[in-house]
Design a protein around this ligand. Structure first.
Ligand code: GLN
Length: 516
């Protein structure tokens, strides 16, 4: 156990060293931007400023103050939290400040400044829940977390718990408000801020600071800026700026900070970061890929097949409506098609999954959709709009004379469609239908945002625990490629099978064979 070695003596020591080397600091060029990554949906640490023009929050003020102190031209770059470490690894960021907990695993991949904030996890539950008090009570329950966070890692350790990961903590909390999960495990200051300051209703915190964590500024593993940032941090701790920033965002006095995060004490620096694909790590990435990607691929295929099935049925009705003689039906359906083709699928998904339940709860109805039906509904509604136009085109491409001939034979419109027009039209729409299917396989990756563990999300989860973005996403891309290639073969085969000329050829060939 390390003592809470507060650092005034060490600060004094470092200050002396750096004052001696002051020219080094003033030589830091103000004009070269120092790119600092952050995930800006983590209030009060980072969030969009009120006028939306930039960022604000404790981390933002702190980083600016440190930058001022050491002469760095800090420029913030917003990105998803699980993308920060890969971005530091590739050098596309110079540093990152994002309420990031200093952990031993991360410490093997990136460098950390000295801790700048003491936090810990909290469990949030619905206000009327009296059964959950601590981690033990979460066994076997549904828990929402933010992907790649310490909350997610802690939730993963709970026996039999179903952990659903979201891109931001805001979405995880929304899931709790909508009653779709039993709890959210997340950093205490952020959940408390959401409830107390941002007016999140129907949610309470049980078990505040159930872990002890320290936030640090992350840098590329061999960055020589670590000392500089530490110096800046110590300076603002010493000259009172840190306290001022703390008081601006939190009540009370700041916690005592150790010089080194306890999680890093005792961990040895390995060659892991300089050679990230050392043998044992390569093996664990590989076994994770083998274990998880097939699961994800199956989910992706099921989602696509269900959505194309319902989408096709819906699209057929819409197409019949579009060619009907009723202007009212025609106009309504045209609006439908324009709406679903003219708005992003992601927005449609958010409306169906997060928006509708919130709306119904607002009017006193306790209604919500499970993840799978929500995803299938959103994808089917969208694909139906595209397919409707394709089917309509297919129907209209059949010669008008056939309608007249059927009418002369006494068939009604519906019979004509069913018996004569559709079988021919279906053959004509098969190639574009195949294209839609392939597009849909790729579009299913969008439903990862509602916590659906399909192929892409499985990849993200592997990256969150191994930090091997390149290898993992290449593997994910290859699996998508396999799925799309197989689908295109399947559609080619179907086209061939339904081609009357080829069918006739096959028939006569088999007859010839029988004769001989
Ligand atoms: N402190 C948590 C972590 O490092 C969450 C950080 C965040 O979501 N911005 O994992």
């Amino acid at each position: 156990m390390i003592p809470d070695c507060y650092i005034l003596g060490i600060i004094a020591f470092i200050t002396i060293i750096f004052t001696t080397f002051n020219p080094f600091i003033s030589a830091q060029s103000q004009s070269i931007p120092f790119r600092v990554g952050t995930e800006p949906t983590f209030p009060p640490f980072e969030m969009p400023s009120e006028d939306g023009s930039g960022l604000q929050g404790f981390d933002i003020d702190l980083m600016k103050a440190i930058g001022n102190e050491v002469g760095l031209d800090v420029q913030f770059e917003s990105m998803p939290f699980d993308g920060i470490i890969p971005a530091l690894q590739t050098g596309s960021l110079d540093a990152a400040i994002s309420g990031m907990t200093i952990t031993a695993e991360r410490g093997r991949t990136v460098a950390f400044s000295s801790p700048y904030f003491k936090a810990g996890l909290a469990i949030a539950v619905q206000e009327n829940n009296d059964t959950i008090k601590n981690f033990d009570d979460l066994k076997g329950l549904k828990i929402a977390v933010q992907i790649g966070t310490t909350g997610a890692m802690e939730a993963d350790k709970i026996p039999n718990a179903q952990v659903i990961s979201f891109d931001s903590v805001v979405l995880a909390l929304q899931e709790l408000v909508n009653g779709k999960v039993d709890a959210v495990v997340n950093d205490a200051p952020v959940t408390l801020f959401a409830i107390k300051e941002a007016g999140l209703q129907g949610v309470k915190v049980v078990g505040e600071l159930v872990t002890e964590e320290f936030y640090g500024i992350a840098l590329p593993f061999n960055s020589e800026k670590v000392m500089l940032l530490n110096y800046g941090l110590f300076q603002i701790l010493r000259n009172g700026s840190y306290n001022q920033i703390y008081q601006k965002w939190f009540a009370g006095e700041p916690f005592v900070l150790p010089l080194i995060a306890p999680s890093l004490i005792g961990t040895t620096s390995t060659d892991f970061a300089t050679n990230p694909l050392n043998n044992s790590n390569r093996q664990s990435v590989l076994s994770l890929l083998i274990q998880r990607l097939p699961q994800g691929a199956v989910v992706t295929l099921i989602l696509t097949a269900c959505s194309i099935f319902f989408g096709f049925i819906g699209a057929s009705f819409i197409a019949f409506g579009l060619i009907s003689h009723n202007p009212f039906v025609k106009n309504i359906l045209r609006i439908y098609v324009e709406f679903f083709r003219g708005t992003p699928m992601l927005v449609q998904l958010f409306i169906i999954y997060f928006g509708l339940p919130a709306f119904f709860q607002g009017i006193g109805l306790n209604w919500s959709l499970e993840r799978f039906p929500a995803a299938v509904i959103a994808l089917s509604l969208n694909v139906a709009a595209y397919l409707a136009e394709i089917i309509r085109g297919g129907i209209e491409s059949i010669d008008k004379g056939q309608w007249e001939a059927c009418e002369a034979l006494g068939m009604n419109r519906l019979q004509t469609l069913k018996e004569v027009i559709m079988p021919q039209a279906f053959r004509r729409v098969l190639p574009p239908l195949g294209n839609e299917f392939i597009t849909l396989i790729k579009d299913t990756s969008l439903v990862a945002v509602i916590g659906f563990a399909e192929l892409f999300r499985q990849g993200q989860l592997i990256v969150a625990s191994t930090f091997q973005a390149f290898q993992v996403y290449i593997a994910v891309a290859l699996v998508y490629l396999c799925l799309t290639t197989l689908s295109s073969f399947a559609f080619k085969w179907l086209e061939q099978k339904m081609n009357p000329v080829a069918q006739a050829k096959r028939k006569s060939a088999s007859q010839n064979l029988n004769l001989t």
